[in-house]
Design a protein around this ligand. Structure first.
Ligand SMILES: Cc1cc2nc3c(=O)[nH]c(=O)nc-3n(C[C@H](O)[C@H](O)[C@H](O)COP(=O)(O)OP(=O)(O)OC[C@H]3O[C@@H](n4cnc5c(N)ncnc54)[C@H](O)[C@@H]3O)c2cc1C
Length: 313
């Protein structure tokens, strides 16, 4: 039996791994197919403390991984296909192996919410993208649309101006939700054009993206915007399908936890975006990952009949 099995290689997963490793629990971390999680998909993180000049998302995640591995985390590049939380040790099945887990820390994050319009799925990877850092390079001197009005949409729109000749930021309201400093940068950037009060109703192809159909939600007017790429940032859905029926989830599918990140099953903890409804950020993911690992340590100590040592400070 492995004492601690961690699902996910985003900031919550790596932080839980660092803490569990330093408690000499020799954790197993299963990365999932997105190594580094969402944080690794952003060009620059400017609000995570300790990096006064900002740091590339991928660079930050590589540093976290290096730290976890150096401290003794065993990393498996695999994806969990099912779990059984009705028995203890918990069973974790991946494509390549079965793990028996004394405690489980779920840090599977969220996935991008789809636009849900014709052409989106068909043209994914052929002009439809959810990752500007991964795909921005392919749009040198081209026109792209970014859909959304929150931090991710606006930051990634600014990033895309490094490559694209024009970036249309399509937002359903007449006001952005992004932080003020980010909004100001976007509004000052003359490569960015805001298209307010509008939603994408179709992605046009057929072989590659050639444009999007827009609907103005105020006037009802329909129009076509010619673009070579569409980057969508309209929210997220928690990666919790594996746990449905075994853990208590809220009405949006997020794992319900108490303030110490306990789930409804003793010995199972959740950290990061998968249980975060308020502020989905690296800083909050790191905090909850640390808490989950410390609770896992207490559970293991109790299981082994040791009193959990009182901590100083
Ligand atoms: C474009 C963009 C820009 C952002 N910019 C910032 C920023 O500037 N500052 C900031 O603080 N935050 C930013 N964020 C938010 C931040 O990235 C997230 O809050 C953070 O990554 C959440 O960490 P997490 O560990 O909870 O989950 P995630 O980073 O989502 O990681 C989830 C992990 O779970 C794994 N996983 C999923 N399913 C399985 C499975 N079945 N088996 C095994 N593993 C699985 C995935 O492979 C992944 O490794 C940004 C997010 C995006 C998308």
């Amino acid at each position: 039996m492995d004492q601690v099995v961690i699902l996910g290689s985003g900031p919550a997963g790596w932080t839980a791994a660092i803490y569990a490793s330093r408690s000499l629990l020799s954790p197993v971390l299963i990365t999932g197919n997105a190594l580094g999680g969402q944080a690794a998909t952003t060009s620059e993180i400017e609000n995570y403390p300790g990096f006064p000049q900002g740091i590339g998302g991928m660079d930050l995640m590589q540093l976290m991984q290096e730290q976890a591995e150096r401290l003794g985390t065993r990393v498996f590049f695999d994806e969990v296909t099912s779990v059984n939380l009705r028995q203890h040790p918990f069973q974790v099945q991946t494509y390549g192996a079965t793990y028996e887990a004394g405690t489980l820390i779920i840090a599977t994050g969220v996935a991008p919410r789809l636009l849900g319009v014709p052409g989106e799925t068909e043209l994914k990877g052929r002009g439809v993208s959810y990752c500007a850092t991964c795909d921005g390079f392919f749009y040198k001197d081209k026109k792209v649309a970014v859909v959304g009005g929150g931090d991710s949409a606006v930051v990634e729109a600014i990033y895309l101006t490094r490559f694209a000749s024009r970036v249309y930021l399509v937002h359903r309201r007449h006001e952005l939700r992004a932080q003020k400093i980010t909004q100001e940068r976007a509004l000052k950037n003359d490569k960015i054009e805001l298209i307010w009060d509008s939603v994408v109703t179709e992605v046009l192809g057929p072989d590659r993206v050639t444009g999007v159909r827009l609907n103005n939600v105020k006037t009802g007017a329909e129009s076509t915007l010619e673009v070579d790429g569409v980057f969508s940032y309209i929210g997220n859905l928690p990666n919790t399908q594996l746990f449905a029926g075994q853990l208590e989830l809220d009405d949006a599918g997020y794992i319900l936890t108490d303030r110490d990140r306990h789930t409804s099953v003793p010995g199972v903890y959740a950290a990061g975006d998968v249980q975060e409804r308020t502020l989905k950020q690296v800083a909050t993911a790191v905090g909850s990952g640390a808490m989950a690992a410390m609770e896992a340590e207490k559970f293991i100590a109790e299981l082994e009949g040791h009193a959990y040592p009182a901590r100083q400070g």
